[in-house]
Every structure is written in structure tokens, then in C-alpha cells.
Design a protein. Sequence first.
Length: 464
Amino acid sequence: MEFLARPEALIAFVVLVVGASFLIAPRRITVDGFFGGTAQDGTSPRLWTLVLSQVTTWIFARSLLNAAVLGFYYGLPGTLAYTAYYGSFLTGLYIIDRMRADGAGSVQDWLVARFGQTGRRTYNVVIALRLLSEVFANLLVVGIIFGAAYGEVAYASQTAIVALALVGLGYSALGGLRASLRTDVMQMIVFFGVFAVALVVLVTAPEFSLGAILSAGGTAGPMPGWVLLVVALLQVISYPAHDPVMMDRGFLADRKTTRASFLHAFWISALCIFGFGLLGIQAGILAEDGEGMQDVWARMFGPVTLFCINASLLISALSTLDSALSSASRLAIEDMRLGRRTVGNGRVAMALFMLGGVLFMLMETEDLFAAVAVSGTASMFLVPVLVLGLWLGREIPLWSYLVAFAAAILGAAAYFFQSTELVIAIFGEGHKYERLLNICLAVLATGFAASLLGLATRRGVARA
């Protein structure tokens, strides 16, 4: 037990998990297996392989830490807000099922049928940024963990980031999406084990009170959490459609298996995220003036529990990295058609995306939710397209689509630079999440106005 209190325990854990991942990753891989996840005999992934892969790629390190941090600062509303994003499994299921009913093999196929290559290119830009942010954010969590564990060692954080980036790229490049699916299952089982220990210790502690959790307002007050909950409910309509990891897994198996996998992934991942958020809420309840969440955890838990918390974050980072890289290779080669459909080109695409994620570290930000807010806002150009085009069957003109896209990109940029005088003058001086809500409402209003005007104009031309 004393060993678990030492930083070397985390290194040993990562070595064991990475070693197991290399052993599980397939040595022989076909092109279809690398990009499409099929087995050597061409069969599609089974139900629980899909479920565990979806869960482990969506309760990634950034999300776990986000749920805890939001719970720490904003209490129960903060954790509820982040948990609401996991409704994406339900809206994502509906989006995929309708697209497959229309005969589409991917989101890009559906957009091309309605907006031509412009639809494909604009969508690909957004999901490329999404994948880069996923690589960056999970590497950032790795840096935070090892930076805290080796606080006295120079460049400990940077060394851990580079090392995990290299080993993650190594086993991901062996088998692409097929390797990701196989390693996700193992990594998810390990995650359940270490996370269960931390959660049991939390709820059985003498100071734990369900009543206190339900009434917790966090160290910064509950109002921003409620505002963020509204933002999440607005963004969850389009959020899954811009997540290539989720969308890729929606077209791998038959529709019945896919429906079941999304429903199971929803309740499992939502419970895991909410459970991890409880760790942050409880830390907020017990926090003393000026005390950070990880400092409170150090007081709350012994070395075994702290090790389990950090281990769950690290394995979530690993599982998300391989999934993001496999989706990146599919995006670059199959969707953007930047090279021939070969395993070698897929591996090159993985390496370039990993390099891009590492370079993002130069921004020197530790705002983990910023990536979610920015990419979620950028995805909102899809809301009028999905509501009016996919669900109601209307033909939105290309110019309306482009106006919605431009509004969403400007909205994402506005939140990224939300502390500037111009953005504050336009969207208000309140809390940054209040500005985010105002930005989201402006993006939606612009997109729907352009789409409805386009529909009205098209009907007028048709009648004439």
C-alpha cells in the first residue's frame, strides 16, 4: 500500500496498461479493419464491444476531470450540466438512425447528398478541430497528473505528455480502429475496477451526506452551473453529430445492434460521469478558504483511493487517444481523401494529428471545459440542418447552410476570445457561461433565421 502513495505507482500502472494494449492490438490488419473496425473474417463488432468502446471514449480523462471541477465550483448544478452532455447518445442515436434510413454510410454522405462537396468540407473542418482538441485535452490531463505527482522534478509534466503521446500512437498505429475497439474493452474493464474503489470509499465515508450533495452550491455558487445546464441542453442537439468517434461507431454494426449499443452507452456513461462529479462536489463541501480540489482530495482520501482516482483519469486518457487517432485517420484518408486508402497512409495521418495535439499545448491553457464549449458552439450550425432537414425532411438551400456555418464558427471564436472587450460589449459582462449562453442563442437564431428564410424563398420560387 505504501508503494501506491509514490508517484512511481502511476508510472507502473501506465506501463502495465500500455503493455496489455500492445498485446491485445492485432498484429495482422486489413485495410477494412484499420479504417472500419472489422475483424479478419470481415465481421462487424458485437454489441458489448461497441458499448464498452463508446463508453470509454466518452468518459475520457477531460470529461471526468470536467465533471469533478464543475461540481467543485458550482455544486450539483455543475455536475448535472456536464452529465447532460451525455444525452448526446440519445440524440446521436436518432441522428444516425435517420441517416441510415436515408441510405447514408456516414454524416459526410448525408451532407454531400444535400449540400454537395461544400457540406463535406465544412463539416470536416469542424471535426478535424474537434479531434485535435481531444488529443490536446487528454494530454493536458496527463500533464496535470504527473506535474502534481512530480512537482519538484523539472519538465515532469512535459516528459509525461510526450511519453504517453508516443506509446499511445504506437499501439493505435498497429491496428487502427480495430485495435481501438479491442483495447477499449480491456481499458474500460480496468477503469470500472479502479473507479469503483474510489466511489465506494467516497459514499461510505463518515462525512458523506446525500442531503449535502443534493443541496451543494459549490465553492463559487450554483448559478453558473444552472446556466451551463441550459447551454448543454441546447448544444446536445448537434453535439454528437460533430463527434467523429461517436459517429464512426454508429455505422459499424447493423441498426438493431447500433440502437442497443447507444442506449446502454448512455446510461452507463452518464452514471460514471455523475459519479465522478460527486468526488468534486464532496471536495467543494469540505474545502477550506483558497483550497483547490486536488488539495482537498489529498485530505479526504488515503493513498489507495488517490491512486485509483488518478489511474481512472490516466486510463481514460489512453482510451480516448487511440479512438481519436483512429477517427483522425479515417477522416483524413476516407473522408477528406488526402491520400490513398492504405494502412500506411492511415498511420501517417495518426502521427500528424498526434503532433498537432502536442503543439496545441503551446497555448498554455488549463481550462479543460474551453475545448468542449468551443467545439460544441462550432457544431451548432448543424442544429437547423438536423431539425429542419433530417427530422422534418425540408430541403435547406446551400446559402442558408453557409450562413449557419459562418455564425457557428464566429460564435466559437467569440467564446475562445470571450474575455476581450469586443465580445464582452456584444454578449455581456456577466459570468463567462452567461456569455456562452448568449453566444449559443445568437448562433441558433441566425442559423434558424437563414434556414427558414431559405425555405420560404425556395417555396416562393417553386410557386412562381
